[in-house]
Design a protein around this ligand. Structure first.
Ligand SMILES: Cc1cc2nc3c(=O)[nH]c(=O)nc-3n(C[C@H](O)[C@H](O)[C@H](O)COP(=O)(O)OP(=O)(O)OC[C@H]3O[C@@H](n4cnc5c(N)ncnc54)[C@H](O)[C@@H]3O)c2cc1C
Ligand SMILES: NC(=O)c1ccc[n+]([C@@H]2O[C@H](COP(=O)([O-])OP(=O)(O)OC[C@H]3O[C@@H](n4cnc5c(N)ncnc54)[C@H](OP(=O)(O)O)[C@@H]3O)[C@@H](O)[C@H]2O)c1
Length: 277
């Protein structure tokens, strides 16, 4: 991919001013996982509050105006910095620029987080399934860092399906660092199952099919050593591309799950990882 340097992010010396709706944070670090995926961390205004699993608008000034897109917080709500996982869309209005952002640059962060992927929108249950594709992993990162998740569920199963193994962002952190985490490690080691699947690479330490196919064949449940979905005991959160969402919604409906919302908790909740145009 040839980088587009035509409209770089504003340098720190030309910092945009905060507006009523936006904080202006400072980028602390940038990590490029692949040619299509990166992570950035920023400062966090102490007054910015959110529920784990929510998203907010983030962006940069373009032609003197904020150019904003929805992003889920990867960081948990108790962390001092903010973290976002981002796709790089070659001609994407925001990400073709955001991919060049550097430590010290400014990032707009919307003051009003929202979203349906919060455990309060689910009825009590025993096992929590977090089903993700691509950047749909992001909201589940904050959810697996939340002590309340482990307090509320006996088992948490996090699935992440990507085209390539290199796109399994945070795999090392989930597999190695989280179980050793000072506060969460013991519960995460006992309760969290990480289940990566990769659809367009050769063999690796993962299943080589879409999660939806593994659910349909039953291989997923065999791998977990349990029976199929049970709406009496299982709760599901889903975040991925439009087709993945449609397929998972159908599967959940066929199995007797009801969609939850802020007004009425249910047995599953769903959110777009991006909008197909
Ligand atoms: C509720 C919600 C939460 C979101 N959270 C995130 C997030 O945490 N991380 C993130 O990278 N994006 C996220 N997105 C998508 C994000 O808002 C932007 O679409 C993305 O940053 C690309 O912006 P753009 O201006 O470069 O291109 P856009 O014009 O916004 O998108 C162009 C096209 O790129 C593709 N695309 C956009 N975003 C993605 C993606 N994330 N994965 C795969 N294909 C994509 C789609 O085909 C889309 O039509 C979220 C979207 C929604 C609705
Ligand atoms: N990531 C890349 O390498 C790449 C490269 C070029 C362009 N793009 C473009 O970027 C956008 C997003 O790419 P992405 O790879 O992040 O997201 P994506 O196309 O949604 O794919 C992410 C993962 O989800 C799987 N998936 C797709 N539809 C599914 C469904 N209905 N049920 C279950 N799993 C499903 C894919 O499997 P399958 O592999 O079986 O589809 C893949 O493993 C797309 O518009 C794509 O055209 C991505």
């Amino acid at each position: 991919m040839s980088p587009d340097h035509s409209s770089p992010a504003a340098p720190a010396t030309l910092r945009p001013q905060p507006t009523g709706a936006l904080f202006v944070e400072t980028v602390l670090s940038v990590h490029h996982w692949t040619e299509t995926l990166f992570t950035l961390t920023t400062t966090r205004d102490p007054s910015f509050r959110f529920e784990n699993g929510q998203f907010t608008m983030i962006g940069i000034p373009v032609d003197g105006k904020p150019l904003l897109r929805a992003y889920s917080m990867v960081s948990a709500n108790y962390e001092e910095t903010l973290e976002f996982l981002s796709i790089k869309v070659p001609n994407g209005p925001l990400t073709s620029r955001l991919m060049h952002i550097q430590p010290g640059d400014a990032l707009y962060v919307g003051r009003k987080p929202t979203g349906t992927l919060v455990i309060d929108y689910l009825l009590p249950g025993r096992t929590l399934f977090l089903l993700s594709t691509g950047t749909g992993l992001a909201p589940f990162m904050s959810i697996i860092k939340d002590p309340a998740t482990y307090g509320r569920f006996e088992r948490i199963v996090l699935t992440h399906t990507c085209r390539h193994g290199s796109e399994l962002a945070y795999r090392d952190w989930i597999e190695k660092e989280l179980p050793a985490h000072e506060l969460l490690g013991e519960e995460a080691a006992a309760k969290l199952t990480y289940y990566p699947t990769v659809t367009r690479d050769g063999p690796g330490p993962w299943r080589e099919e879409r999660i939806t196919d593994l659910i349909a064949s039953g291989a997923f449940f065999d791998d977990l050593g349990r029976g199929r979905f049970d709406p009496a005991a299982d709760r599901i959160m889903i975040c991925g591309g439009p087709e993945m969402l449609a397929d998972c919604r159908r599967i959940a409906g066929e199995q007797g799950f009801d969609e939850g919302s802020s007004g009425k908790p249910g047995t599953y909740v769903i959110e777009k990882a991006f909008v197909e145009k």
